[in-house]
Ligand binder design. Structure first.
Ligand code: CA
Ligand code: CA
Ligand code: CA
Ligand code: CA
Length: 433
């Protein structure tokens, strides 16, 4: 896991020392082991393997700060916002400021203000809504407000981004948004969850997105709850192989049947709450599986922690899918991403725990890469212990053909920091500070 160069990096050393303290390990023993896990952690035994060839290695670097005082930072995502070919990072406080971090190359990052905001949820995205070639940002409000909005990228002249209201629904919280072709005709739609009413909404993208509020926003499903909790998680993917995308949202998937608003709904999983969703062919059989983590399990009534599993369709895709449990008792695994992280040509899985604020030091959250052998056998590697993650993202920040990780914690001493974990496969980490 640790090359000499990485272990010698200042940031890396700091991390190892801190993790060592938290775990009752010395920095030396922590650096010598392949996998770090709290000794009391239920998964510690499985994680305590020796060093293996090809294990993923990362160097953590703080690339910027976003201090919104007592308010938690919520929105977090990546996109190339200034069209220079390098992936940037954007984030916002629940209330305070929304900013983007320009990836200037060579490990340099520069922060820019987008807007002053209030009551922002996580789960926003970047998409060029007005068609001027510059990616705009869509994000909704949290449990204290009922507004979904977008911010227009000012383009090369820079400056503040103008906010445009998409809709006021009368119900609060918009955890997860999506733009995709879900009608099979090439036309893009905006979809979003509105947890206050448990409603999954959609609308084709309008010709003029600045005309507020948007018209023709319709509900696909309402009062969608699992174990009494509103559903989360939203992905588009062709899971039945007919060339058209289905919508995977919460523990159901939806197929568009045609105008004006006809959908069919099928349940694929049971007893998974506050889900984060990813879709991909995990076991190499040519069909797509659905991956779930229970992102806020501890907060929402499973104090023991949440599950991480993948689900494969049976003979009839409309039945419940077969559950393949990978991990349980994860401390709010709110990060779930697929990508060839290890460089072996297979889809590996990134999973990150937020951690639980009250036991943050006793049970430090982990950032994990599950290396896939191509058949769905997932071998866990611990990338970081002690830095919680929320909506961690995979991106090739150096354009070197290797996926790095961007994220930030919600709790603990680093809660205002933005981190990138540079993948050793991409060469030297940049801009250690
Ligand atoms: Ca850029
Ligand atoms: Ca635009
Ligand atoms: Ca399909
Ligand atoms: Ca498959």
């Amino acid at each position: 896991m640790h090359t000499e160069e990485q272990a010698g990096g200042e940031t890396r050393r700091q991390f190892l020392c801190r993790a060592g303290q938290a775990l009752g390990l010395t920095a030396l023993s922590a650096a010598a082991g392949n996998a770090l896990a709290p000794s009391g952690h239920p998964q510690a035994k499985r994680a305590a393997g020796g060093k293996r060839m090809g294990a993923p290695a990362f160097t953590r670097v703080c690339i910027g700060e976003l201090d919104n005082g007592a308010e938690m930072n919520t929105l977090f995502n990546v996109a190339d916002l200034n069209r220079d070919g390098r992936m940037d990072i954007f984030s916002a406080g629940r209330s305070g400021v929304m900013v983007w971090f320009e990836n200037k190359g060579g490990g340099k990052w520069e922060r820019h203000l987008i807007d002053r905001v209030r009551r922002q949820e996580c789960g926003g995205l970047a998409h060029d809504l007005d068609g001027d070639g510059w990616l705009d940002i869509v994000n909704g409000s949290d449990s204290g407000l009922d507004e979904l909005a977008w911010w227009r990228n000012p383009g090369p002249q820079g400056g503040p981004w103008r906010r445009h209201l998409i809709c006021k629904t009368g119900a609060n919280q918009f955890h997860d948004t999506l733009i995709a072709d879900v009608t099979g005709d090439g036309r893009l739609s905006l979809l979003f969850w509105n947890q206050g009413s448990g409603t999954l909404y959609w609308t084709p993208l309008p010709r003029d997105p600045t005309a507020s509020p948007w018209q023709n926003i319709q509900a696909i499903a309402t009062n969608m709850r699992e174990n009494g909790l509103p559903e989360e998680g939203l992905v588009a993917a062709d899971i039945d192989g007919d060339g058209k995308n289905e919508v995977i949202a919460g523990t159901h998937w939806y197929r568009y049947l045609g105008p004006p608003n006809r959908w069919e709904r099928h349940k694929f999983a049971r007893d998974y709450i506050s889900t984060v969703i990813a879709v991909g062919d995990i076991n190499g059989d040519g069909r797509k599986e659905i991956l779930l983590t229970e992102g806020d399990a501890c907060i929402y009534g499973k104090p023991q922690g949440g599950k991480f599993a993948w689900f494969s369709p049976g003979r009839d895709i409309r039945d419940l899918w077969e559950e393949h449990l990978v991990e349980d008792r994860l401390l709010d695994p709110h990060s779930l991403q697929l990508g060839d992280i290890c460089g072996n040509g297979h889809l590996d899985v990134l999973v990150g725990e937020i951690g639980v604020r009250e036991i943050y030091r006793e049970k430090p959250p982990r950032l994990m890469v599950f290396e896939n052998d191509g058949k769905g056998n997932l071998r866990r590697h611990i990338v970081d212990v002690g830095t919680g993650s929320h909506h961690a993202r995979l991106a090739d920040f150096r354009n070197v053909g290797a996926l790095d990780i961007a994220s930030r914690p919600l709790h603990g001493p680093d809660r205002t920091k933005i981190f990138v974990w540079y993948n050793a496969r991409g060469g030297k980490a940049l801009g250690q500070s």
